[in-house]
Design a protein around this ligand. Structure first.
Ligand code: C2E
Ligand code: MG
Ligand code: MG
Length: 320
């Protein structure tokens, strides 16, 4: 931990380090005294194991922490090591025609194999690695849109890119995105950004401002996982959205859970009334599709049509 001190009016840089021991109540001590004793033991282990580090009193917690640190270290090498890859999942209309695709990141780990984003995106967010990774996803998606301009079956497709809260909250998110779009030379109306309700709820005014600035450029917006967050009607009215994406957890049980069926119908009606396109994600069966179509949903994404697949496989879907 670098810091500066003033000694006899001369600034001196010093470096401090800390050995930290962590104990958790009540597992590691029911009283304050016991808890401090456990934390103290953990701190001495931190000192014994090289200082300037952190140790849990509980070996299981320690193992989990070490596993996390290992994964984070490996994730740091993923981007420069070309281990990240984009998969494409089709978004279709009621006739099964591919209108667009969502790009979904995958990590081809040299030892672990294909790692799901569910495992590493939260880690990337916490560590800040999501910023370079997110920029890479955006650049790769834009480059693909540009390449498709010469592809007779793909030239009209749109691409949806997931944006995480940490990315969106950057002060220069708008200028970074604008730069990538300008550099790629794509038609910006073919790029859709998927936001989640957690992004919005953190700072509604900032979100609306950034969305407006990007909409002026031509980009469109989808509200991902809709219904799982706050789903406030007040913000829904104020956000310049183009699409609502019904979360797959509601679609899954649509045919046998009356509450899920009612939620889905409400979202479709509300979206249609507000002039928004509604897309259902996680559509796996014909029964789900029939229900959604019957209630006015016009766009779909899910294993019934295609799983997320590498680029070459996705392009084959366009021929079929
Ligand atoms: P998401 O954006 O809600 O993406 C939809 C997830 O549902 C994907 O999981 C997709 O593979 C899965 N899915 C699609 N159709 C079906 C279906 O019919 N049934 C079932 N059971 N699942 C289906 P995936 O690819 O594992 O991604 C998980 C999450 O990771 C994404 O959820 C998104 O939040 C995040 N993610 C993925 N790629 C990126 C990225 O490039 N940037 C950021 N920030 N987040 C990403
Ligand atoms: Mg998404
Ligand atoms: Mg989703």
């Amino acid at each position: 931990m670098p810091c500066s001190l003033l000694v006899d009016a001369v600034q001196v840089d010093v470096c401090l380090s800390a050995s930290i021991g962590i104990a958790v109540f009540p597992q590691h001590g029911a009283t304050a005294q016991d808890l401090i004793r456990s934390a103290d033991k953990a701190m001495y282990r931190a000192k014994a194991e090289g200082r300037n580090t952190v140790r849990f009193f509980d070996p299981a917690m320690q193992a989990a922490l070490q596993q996390r640190i290992k994964l984070e270290t490996e994730l740091r090498h993923a981007l420069p090591g070309n281990e990240l890859q984009l998969y494409y999942q089709a978004q279709v209309d009621g006739d099964g025609k591919v209108l667009s695709a969502e790009v979904l990141i995958r990590w081809q780990h040299p030892q672990r194999g294909l790692v799901s984003p569910v495992q590493f995106i939260p880690l990337a967010e916490e560590s800040g690695l999501i910023l370079p990774i997110g920029a890479w996803v955006l650049e790769t998606a834009c480059a693909q849109l540009k390449a498709w301009e010469n592809h007779p079956l793909a030239r009209d497709l749109k691409l949806a890119v997931n944006v995480s809260a940490r990315q969106f909250r950057q002060d220069d998110f708008v200028s970074i995105t604008k730069h990538v779009v300008d550099q790629s030379g794509i038609d910006p109306t073919r790029l859709k950004l998927e936001l989640t309700e957690s992004i919005v709820i953190n700072n509604v005014a900032d979100t609306i401002e950034k969305m407006h600035q990007l909409k002026v450029l031509g980009l469109t917006f989808s509200m991902d996982d809709f219904g799982t967050g706050y789903s406030s009607l007040a913000y829904l009215k104020r956000l310049p959205l183009d699409q609502l994406k019904i979360d797959q957890s509601f679609v899954r049980d649509i045919s046998h859970d009356p509450s899920d069926a009612a939620i889905v119908q409400t979202i479709i009606t509300m979206g249609n009334t507000l002039g928004l396109n509604v897309i259902a994600e996680g559509v796996e069966t014909q029964v789900q599709l029939d229900f959604l179509q019957k209630h006015g949903c016009k766009t779909f994404q899910g294993y019934l049509f295609s799983r997320p697949v590498p680029l070459a496989e996705f392009e084959k879907l366009l021929i079929a």
